[in-house]
Design a protein around this ligand. Sequence first.
Ligand code: DQQ
Length: 542
Amino acid sequence: LPNEVLNRTSFHFQPQRNWLNDPNAPMYYKGFYHLFYQYNPLAPEFSRKIIWGHSVSQDMVNWIQLQPALFPSQSFDRNSCWSGSATILPDGKPVILYTGLDEPDRHQVTVLAEPKDVSDPLLREWVKPKHNPVMLPPDDVPYYCFRDPTTAWQGQDGRWRVLIGAKHKDTERGMAILYHSDDFIQWTSHPFPLLSSQVKEMWECLDFFPVSLTGKEGVETSVNNASVKHVLKVSFEEKIGGKDCYVIGTYSSETEQFSADSEITNTSADLRYDYGMFYASKAFFDSAKNRRINWGWVVETDSKEDHFQKGWAGLMSLPREMWVDRSGKRLMQWPIEEINHLRTRHVTSDRRHFESGSRFEILGITAAQADVEVTFDLPVLEDNPQTLNSDKVEDKLLFNRDNSDGCLYGPFGLLALVSQDLSEQTAIFFKIIRCGNGYAVIMGSDEQKSSLRDNVHKFTHGTFLDIDPRHEMISLRCLVDHSIIESYGAGGRNVITSRVYPKLAIGEAAKLYVFNDGTKGVTMSSMEAWSMRNAQINSNAI
Ligand code: DQQ
């Protein structure tokens, strides 16, 4: 079947065939970006023998596929090479710490891998030196809950630190176990975790890195001074995909205290990287352009039978630049600028008023493979008496596309991957609701009408957009790529990624609209849209 019928993407990273999950050890080395990933080369499903796929790129848009970098070869990783991270040592040499599943019982251990030849910018071969494994699960941690080492960092004393995600044997609380080392081989665990929680759930795929309080530039992972704060990210697995939740706080390597400004609760109160399908992400410092970049795994939400029919399952989000906003309270994200090189045919629209129930088709671009930026002026909001206390309304109701529940304006926004007869469509929308003594803006991605096909999960993703609607405009950027829609609200304050599998709204038949289904009119102040070119994702040219 043709790719468009199979909803295959054109500018998102994925292997040619079979199964992908977490991004691993992203790094920049000698002119190349490296992306490794959890890979089953034999079938489009997770397997009991996961290996590390490996691709390199000079722009993180077009990729050269290399041989798998890590695969089961020794007793300590005979049953899989699970997730891990890269650290660039002060002399420029990269090393990897990853999770080995040992034989015979699949105990999770930490393994060190080094490049066979540091002069090879493609880092094609990796060796596992003797003295492995370098860490075993401590006594208070079950053998199946000890994994996903972070990038290591150096404290003020010059010693290396790394975090391992775990769960406590008795309390079942998730925790970030801290280890110290002088040589990357001998690791000792710190007497207390860097952070733990009340939540009785395993902490997967931790990430821990500094962010600058003085601008957008990223900083190297070992930097720590008065002008940075630290981000700690935890991944919580769910039936389909999961959630990447984070806290921002202050870290001291002298006391090994991380004081977080909020808590990780695995509830809707948590800050999340993405309020849609986005999981097990990993960030790295790009020394070529001084920025921090994050990648996440975007799961399929169609069925296992579909995965086998397509021959593939799982893709990577676009690489996103990440920085902290001026308040120091929330992360901002934006697709790396290199993605813009794929923009081709360009259309714009002037200011336009949308009456209640109206829509406007964006014509002249490839709507199934597009990049759209739209801005709405907000109406003047008078002070209204309190009518809705959002805490009392279930998120599910609040974030749906309905225009009741105290909704003053909206839903308005974009309709993506729309079929000719409108029977298929995904709405990326905003609603302004009365909330407490003021107003709140809701951003949602409604997949309920995204596909006429059976056996597809359709979510209604949503969150509060972190802006004050009395003083700001609402902007939205959507990157539409056949079966994925990445939506960035308010310049990247909130992000929602949807997976959708249209049957009719495919290829040339797909359409794109700006819409307003609210009871009151809204004004679109600007709109720009581009067709996107195909990226070269699995080139063999070396
Ligand atoms: N995936 C890996 C684990 C990690 C999980 C196995 C998160 O290391 O905890 O493929 O998706």
